[in-house]
Ligand binder design. Structure first.
Ligand SMILES: Cc1cc2nc3c(=O)[nH]c(=O)nc-3n(C[C@H](O)[C@H](O)[C@H](O)COP(=O)(O)OP(=O)(O)OC[C@H]3O[C@@H](n4cnc5c(N)ncnc54)[C@H](O)[C@@H]3O)c2cc1C
Length: 265
C-alpha cells in the first residue's frame, strides 16, 4: 500500500471536499482493511480530530461515532446489555482485542464486508446511518444499495429496543472469517432473523420473519417451518470455506437454536 499524503481533517466539510478532489483520496478508519486492500492512495484523510470516537446514550438510542473502535463498542455497558449482549458477542469474535482496538465501526459499516459478524447482528436492530453531508438511511437500505458511495459516515444510531438476542459465528478456527453467521433478535415488534457470510453479505430473512411473526404460538413445528423457509428463500452459495449445502445445514440448525434461545417460555 502506497500513501502519498496524510491529512488530519479539522472539519467534516474539509474532509468531504478533500475526498471529492481526487478518486484516489480516501478516508481512513482504523486502516486495518485498507492496509490489505488499497493499492495506492493519494491523500489519506483522517477523522481523528473530529470527536467521532464517542458513544452517547439517550433514553431511546445509542449514538456511536464512526471512529469508535470495535473494542470500545464491545465493552460499552449499554451495548453489553442490549439484547443480552449479542451485539457485544458479535464483536468479541473478531480476531483479538489488540486488533479490535484499531478497527473502527465506520470502516466496518462502510466496508460492507460480506463476512462481517457485527453487521449480521446489527441488522436485526433498527439502525440509522448518518452521513455527511446530510443523508440518513437505514442499515438495511445501505447494505442493499449497489454502487459507490462518496459520503462520510459520521454516526450510527441504534434505536433501543428491549429484547433478547442470539448471535453465532461458524468458522474453522476463532481467527478465521465466518463460513456463516446468524443472528436472531426478539422484541415486542417480533422476530428479526439475519444471515451473513452466505457467502453473500448480511440479509434479513423477510419471508421467514413474516411467517414467524404471524403466529399466535411458537411451537417446535413453527420453528422447524421457519428454518425451512430461511433456507428456501435466502440465497446461499459455495466458496472455498464451505459448500452451499453445508451453509444451508448450518443456517437451519442455528436459526432453530437462535429462535429457541430468544423465545421466553
Ligand atoms: C486480517 C483481518 C481479519 C478480519 N477478520 C474479521 C472477522 O473475523 N470478522 C469480522 O466481522 N470482521 C473481520 N475483519 C474486518 C474488521 O472487523 C473491520 O471491519 C475492517 O478492518 C474495517 O475496519 P477499519 O477501521 O480497519 O477500516 P479501514 O480499513 O480504515 O477502512 C475500510 C474502508 O472504509 C472506508 N471508511 C472508513 N471509515 C469511513 C467513514 N467514516 N466514512 C466513509 N468511509 C470510511 C475506507 O476509506 C475504506 O474504504 C477483519 C479484518 C482484517 C484486516
Amino acid at each position: 500500500m502506497e500513501i502519498k499524503n496524510y491529512h488530519k481533517a479539522q472539519s467534516l466539510d474539509e474532509a468531504y471536499q478533500m475526498l471529492l478532489q481526487n478518486p484516489k483520496n480516501a478516508i481512513i478508519g482504523g486502516g486495518a482493511w485498507m492496509k490489505l486492500s488499497s493499492p495506492s492512495i493519494e491523500t489519506l484523510i483522517d477523522l481523528k480530530d473530529l470527536q467521532l470516537d464517542q458513544i452517547i446514550e439517550t433514553k431511546s438510542s445509542i449514538e456511536v461515532g464512526a471512529m469508535v473502535t470495535l473494542q470500545q463498542l464491545e465493552t460499552n455497558p449499554s451495548i453489553m446489555k442490549l439484547g443480552q449482549g449479542f451485539i457485544s458477542k458479535s464483536l468479541s469474535v473478531i480476531l483479538g482485542a489488540g486488533f479490535r482496538n484499531i478497527a473502527t465501526i465506520g470502516g466496518t459499516v462502510v466496508g460492507k464486508y460480506a463476512f462481517s459478524d457485527f453487521l449480521t447482528a446489527l441488522l436485526t436492530l433498527p439502525v440509522t446511518l448518518v452521513f455527511y453531508p446530510h443523508k440518513e438511511m437505514s442499515l438495511e437500505a445501505f447494505l442493499n444499495h449497489k454502487g459507490k458511495f462518496n459520503d462520510i459516515l459520521t454516526h450510527i444510531i441504534i434505536h433501543k429496543q428491549d429484547g433478547l438476542g442470539f448471535f453465532k459465528k461458524v468458522a474453522l478456527t476463532p481467527l478465521e472469517l465466518a463460513i456463516l453467521n446468524v443472528a436472531v433478535f426478539k422484541s415486542v415488534e417480533g422476530y428479526q432473523i439475519s444471515i451473513g457470510s452466505r457467502p453473500g453479505g448480511a440479509i434479513l430473512a423477510h419471508e421467514a420473519m413474516d411467517f414467524m411473526n404471524a403466529q399466535k404460538e411458537i411451537t417446535e413445528s413453527i420453528i422447524d417451518q421457519t428454518s425451512e423457509i430461511v433456507i428456501e428463500t435466502v440465497k446461499f452459495g459455495s466458496s472455498k470455506s464451505g459448500s452451499e449445502d453445508y451453509r444451508k445445514a448450518l443456517a437451519k440448525a442455528y436459526v432453530k437454536r437462535g429462535i429457541k434461545e430468544v423465545t421466553v417460555k
